[in-house]
Structures are given as C-alpha cells and as structure tokens.
Design a protein around this ligand. Sequence first.
Ligand SMILES: [Zn+2]
Ligand SMILES: [Zn+2]
Length: 306
Amino acid sequence: MHTATQKSAHTVILFYKYVGIRRPETVQKQQYALCRRFHLRGRIIVATEGINGTLEGTAHAIQRYIMHTKEDARFASIVFKRSSGTGDAFPKLSIKVRDEIVTLGVPVKNRKPGTYVQPAKLRSWIHKKEDMTILDVRNGYETAVGRFEHSLTPRINNFRDVPNVAHNLESFKNKKLVMVCTGGIRCEKASRYFKQQGYKQIYQLEGGIATYMKKYGGEDFVGSLYVFDNRILIRGEKGKHTVVGRCAACGEFSERYTNCAYDPCHAHFICCETCEKEQEGYCSKGCKGRADEILKFSEKARMVGV
Ligand SMILES: [Zn+2]
Ligand SMILES: [Zn+2]
C-alpha cells in the first residue's frame, strides 16, 4: 500500500488563438477527449474565429495536453501562459461552441488588430513618459484589484460595453492608445473594433498583463492581477505588493472577492470580511430587501400549506 503519495503540483494555463476553424464541433470533441484523458478541468470556447481556454491539471498532464494540442497545425503557434494552481481553480470541465470566442456582440469586419507592443517596450514608454494612454479593456471588478498606474479604466461591466467605450473616447481618435487586458485576447478584438471605428493609433500589449506581470509586476502595474472567478489573484514578483482594491461597502483596502447572496444579482465585488458578515453576503440593502421579501413570501406560503 502506498503511503502519503506526494501531492503533485498543479498548473493553470490560459491560451487563445484567432484562427479560422471551419468545424468548431469537431475541435470541441477532440478537445473534450484530450481534457478527459488528462483529467483537466476548466473551460474552452471554440468558434469559427478561433479557440480560447483556461485549464488546470497536474504539471505533467498539462505538459502532455499542450504537446497534443500543438500537433494540430492551427494551434501549433499558441502561446500557453502558465501559472501555478491549487488543484481547485475550476469545479468542472466545460467545452462549448459559440459564435465568438469573446463576445463583443457587434460584428467586427476589420481583420487587422492593433500594433503589438512587447512588455519591455511598454515599460520603456512608461518610463520615458511617452505621449500615450493605456486603455484597460477589462471589467470593472478586474481593474478594481489591480491596474497600470495612470491607466484609463472606463466603466465596463461586460466586454459587450466596449463599443460604448469606443463611442465615448472620441477625443482619443488621433492619440496613441495602448490597450491591455489579462492575456491579450480581448485586445485582439477590441483593437480591431476601435480601428474599425476610425481610431488611428491603436496598440495592444502582447501577451497581456499576465506576461507583463511576470517580468515587471509590482512596479508599474499596481495591485494584483485578477485571473479567475475563483478568486485567484496573481501578484507581481518584483517591487513591493500594494493593495489597491477597496471594499465596496466600507472603502477599506481589500482584495477579497465575493458574490452577492441574492442569486438574481450575483454581483461579483470586493468586500472585506467584516462587511460581508454585516451585510449577510448581499451587495446592497436593495438585494437584502428583495431576498428578505422572497423569504417572507415562502414562509407565508408554507404556513398556509401552498
Ligand atoms: Zn468593508
Ligand atoms: Zn446584489
């Protein structure tokens, strides 16, 4: 009998590729078989425009998964971004076919993405005080916990809000805009959209903030990088760690995420432990009120025997 087998280290990968896929269903099936074979969990979206996924497994299993995936010529050049995992980043495996790999909701006909900027280049621009603006196209709950200093973090609840952002940034039409997102995939689409809308100088951070963080995190990017719904945050390895997130209720510095206990709301927000207890897990008085009403109603229904 084996005793205390060493718990193997887990790896999380993030990847995407914009590439024409004629039959997404076939790729879905192949990927499903591969993930099952290596006991991976996470999610993958396949569309005619490409593939986008994030998975977790043992380091060895992930290695083999990557090797097999790269055998497909369409995926041979994918850059897999790795970070260490806990083994429970994802509750299950989900592989879906969708219309888009990231949903913007409006058609993007422009095929040319923004000009790629390497992390080292962006860093030198930041330090030389180059005449440019960093535009973060991530969601508000992501930028809340970490972001580039002096970057533009417009109000985005969902990537579908990006066309609206483009509409509101008219004064930047001829200015140098450097888009950033977690791994680069959202910039691929947002930059195409911005160019389509007449923006002249659109750049995008190659490999996303995740790649930048590995090299220079903690210096120009303050706070943590939000990676998954499962409250995994990546901290920079250089410089000192600064908490920039704030509790939505009391405003104290915090990096603790929670979801509103009122299911129809389910808002994802930063909330300190004290406030979570005080608010009983709800994001607002409104949500607590609505939940209380439902509770009262169901109690009444039970009393009259409905
Ligand atoms: Zn609080
Ligand atoms: Zn709520």
